[in-house]
Design a protein around this ligand. Sequence first.
Ligand code: NAD
Length: 471
Amino acid sequence: MKIRNPRTGQFDYDLTTDSVEQVAAKAASLRLAQSDWRSKAFHDRIAIIVQLAEQMEAHQESLIEQLSIDTGRKHLSAVEFHAGLGLIRGRCASATHIMKEPETRASLSNPTVNIKQQWVPYDLVGVISPWNFPLLLCLIDAIPALIAGSAVLLKPSEVTPRFMDILEQCIYNVPELNKVATLVRGGAEVGRSVVDQVDVICFTGSVRTGHIIAKRTAERFIPAFLELGGKDPAIVMEDADLDVAVAAIMRSGFGASGQACQSLERVYVHHAVYDPFIEKLTAKAQDVSTNHDYSKGGNLGPLIFAGQSATIESQLKDAIAKGALIKSGGQIENHQGGLWLKPTIVTQVTHEMEIMTEETFGPVIGVMSYETIQEAIRLANDSIYGLSASVFSKDTAKAVEVAKSINAGGISINDGSLTNQVFDAEKNSFGKSGLYGSRMGADGLLRFFRKKAILIQTAAPVSIDTQAELA
Ligand code: NAD
């Protein structure tokens, strides 16, 4: 496959993809190694996994460099790298408290029976990840699965594959990990092969692909943990600190050029503070510049995937045709082949426009005013998605009450996208934003176990005669 460079638009990287047979062979080898891995003491597994973080540190420069070419962003690649290290070390540290099989105990429903629980990890977990944070999103489910005792087959996105060589080298340098963690390369076809080989799938990506995977995993009768797209709303209440709201919405909506699942893409502002809010947000947005020429500075990176820029453009066209107003940005710029979009604020929007209903995955925010909080909640919930949301108010208790009415898995109060900083709070996606289990918190580790009940009778068994009498 020829891979595009997001800063130049050049197809300057050759990706050698795995064949269906190669994926099958790698899966078979992982299965063989998994029984050894699973029978290791939990602390021994942790000690091995932590070595991956050490290897990544030893390869820090090249890993960040390749990630920067993949995504076209230097600063965020370093941030992503450190988040990856934090994830490995944090997950390993927290697992010690979480991964404790319960003590044997008497049943409450039948006190003569003692319950011993055994947690049995899935043998082989498949991880399929997207291009927006290529390293972090391939590790985020793989690390807990490995801690649990599963082997993992990883297929990162073909859009951003350059970092894989370095990550593979890091894994290779930890021989015991190398036996149970393997990368495969390629696009949809290789993804399908992964789904066909594993015992459970962890998929992060679009709703469209999520549907395809949900169908195939249903046919195969295996679970699929799906982490999909969003159209995250923010509600700015009448008593909100507008400077706080604007700062948070700027970071959450435009950071990473909006290429994050938990980006804020819709904002509902109380009519009494709508004008000053728009004024402040527009002023800040117009201050942001693109970094297409590093020698001139600038803070916003390119659109990574050319296909996404077509989606953004078509949503903006649809909105303008239906009467929306562009307050800032709005024009995709081509600089030496790379594509950039300045922070784009769209007003006079309605829920008849794609820009308020479909995921944009770019630095674009639609802003509407509302009269009553009930109306704001109704608008926030008028979506097929339910990933995350934000509420802004100086009265935290009031904001929390509003948050309770919003159909989304993670709600930030007086901030945006806190779910990408807090890994220890369980959350489930609502609507089409995902399916099954929580990637975060204790469940993010425990969902890789099948829980077995070993039931020990301590009294004389009921005889067949007695049973017959009871019948
Ligand atoms: P995508 O669905 O196009 O691709 C994701 C992955 O699936 C890639 O590795 C791709 O090769 C693979 N794939 C494609 N077709 C497949 C098939 N038929 N079978 C198996 N695998 C297949 O998504 P994308 O464009 O890479 O990523 C952007 C999307 O990811 C956005 O919708 C974004 O919101 C979502 N996302 C969600 C989260 C989350 O945690 N909820 C995080 C990041 C991104």
